[in-house]
Design a protein around this ligand. Structure first.
Ligand code: FAD
Ligand code: DHB
Length: 389
């Protein structure tokens, strides 16, 4: 087997890369460990930055996103039982689109199948070889047989637990990590969202977030322990806690049937460099952010956009400059998002060992965001997506 670009992983990064390359006439093979149904049902992120939604549009996969995605021109921050709106459109001229990662993945898989290019689900034992050469190889198992795929470059889009990052020698790879003493308990509920816009709530009992997927589906999160067991969380207790943390005079949280529950631990992580030899890492394979800034999916898509343009320039002209700058270009944006995500997280969550000093700092920062246009603008431009200097 031979292709130009071997892509490991059919998450948002791998599927978007395959699609952008196809638009440039570049062949790729996407190798995914899981079943199609599993990949399409995995509930994760829900917020697209302005330019990421525009990218899907320009790439010809934005038709359903434009029809069903919910354009939001702001979010609300809640503290001390009061809500304050951060008006993205007024402060930055941009907006965001609420559209589930599951839906993007479905749209991209459909586009891939229509392109006729290869996407193989349920592959096993993926290993990367000869990455220091310009003829790297990917070996894998599929339908009982063993395969070797020869290519020009390998794109490691296989998420945090994938095999690609580990293929970089330990003396080359530097990792930066921060663990948080909390996680999120997320639910999907069959009920109309109780607010038109997302609500990020600071509360003494812990953070809560009101989000949504459609006019009929609410998505809600509660800060919990990183290893929280779902056993102690009956539907009744989840709603009670959401009422407490999101509650406000004159506002009612609507309850509905809980369709899905899950716990997500939180970490910050960056691997440097994002390229070694013929291997290019993209998305969660290279970096993780805590979800509070809604950046994970957006970073993944922006990485592969840079990579697709660099590969297209190389195939077109033979010049490697953009490819050589790939890691540096991405890492500037990644670190901006790392800072923003860490800041949103530590401003809005209460850690088990946080003291009163920490609480006073959070309260002051939240008041500053309410009173200062400069502070609100800084949040807004990072949230809608900023080009890192
Ligand atoms: P992934 O989506 O992880 O895709 C990687 C793909 O590679 C997967 O399909 C996997 O099956 C496949 N793979 C892995 N190993 C191999 C292998 N060895 N061989 C072949 N295939 C392999 N972000 C937000 O902004 N908001 C959220 O609320 C949010 N919630 C999240 C909840 C969870 C539980 C997780 C894990 C992440 C969440 N994120 C969230 C982050 C966001 O979903 C990710 O940043 C995004 O999915 C990154 O896309 P990706 O394509 O880089 O990686
Ligand atoms: C959602 C997830 C986030 O991490 C976030 O910051 C906002 C919304 C969501 O899943 O809808």
């Amino acid at each position: 087997m031979r292709t130009q670009v071997a892509i490991v992983g059919a998450g948002p990064a791998g599927l978007t890369l395959g699609h952008l390359l196809h638009r440039e006439g570049i062949d790729s093979v996407i190798l995914e460990g899981r079943r199609r149904e599993y990949v399409e049902a995995r509930i994760r992120a829900g917020v697209l930055e302005h330019d990421v939604a525009a990218l899907f549009d320009e790439a010809g996969v934005g038709e359903r996103l434009r029809r069903e995605g919910l354009v939001h021109t702001g979010v609300e921050l809640q503290a001390d039982g009061e809500r304050h709106r951060i008006a993205f459109d007024e402060l930055t001229g941009k907006s965001i689109v609420v559209y589930g990662q599951t839906e993007i993945v479905k749209d991209l898989i459909e586009a891939r199948l229509a392109s006729g290019r290869q996407l193989q689900f349920e592959v096993s034992d993926v290993t990367l070889h000869e990455l220091e050469s310009d003829r790297p190889r990917v070996r894998f198992g599929h339908e009982g047989a063993e395969w070797e795929l020869e290519c020009d470059v390998v794109a490691g889009c296989d998420g945090f637990h994938g095999v690609s990052r580990e293929s970089i020698p330990p003396d080359v790879l530097r990792s930066f990590t921060r663990e948080y003493p909390y996680g999120w308990l997320g639910i999907l509920a069959a009920v109309a969202p109780s607010n038109d816009e997302l609500v990020y709530a600071h509360h003494e009992r812990g953070f809560a977030l009101l989000s949504m997927r459609s006019p009929e589906l609410s998505r809600l999160y509660l800060q919990c322990a990183p290893d929280e067991s779902l056993e102690g969380w009956s539907d009744g207790r989840i709603w009670e806690e959401l009422h407490t943390r999101l509650g406000m005079e004159g506002w009612e949280l609507r309850e509905g049937q809980i369709l899905e529950k899950g716990v997500t631990p939180m970490r910050s992580f960056v691997a440097e460099p994002m390229q070694w030899g013929s291997l290019y890492l993209a998305g969660d394979a290279a970096h993780i952010v805590p979800p509070t800034g809604a950046k994970g999916l957006n970073l993944a898509v922006r990485d592969v956009h840079v990579l697709a343009e660099a590969l297209a320039a190389w195939y077109r002209t033979g010049k490697r400059e953009l490819l050589e700058r790939y890691s540096e270009t991405c890492l500037r944006r990644v670190w901006r998002a790392e800072h923003f995500s860490w800041w949103m997280t530590t401003t809005l969550h209460r850690g088990p060992s946080d003291d009163e000093f920490g609480l006073r700092l959070q309260q002051s920062q939240l008041r500053y965001l309410r009173s200062s246009v400069a502070a609100a603008t800084s949040l807004a431009e990072n949230y809608v997506g900023v080009e890192a200097a």
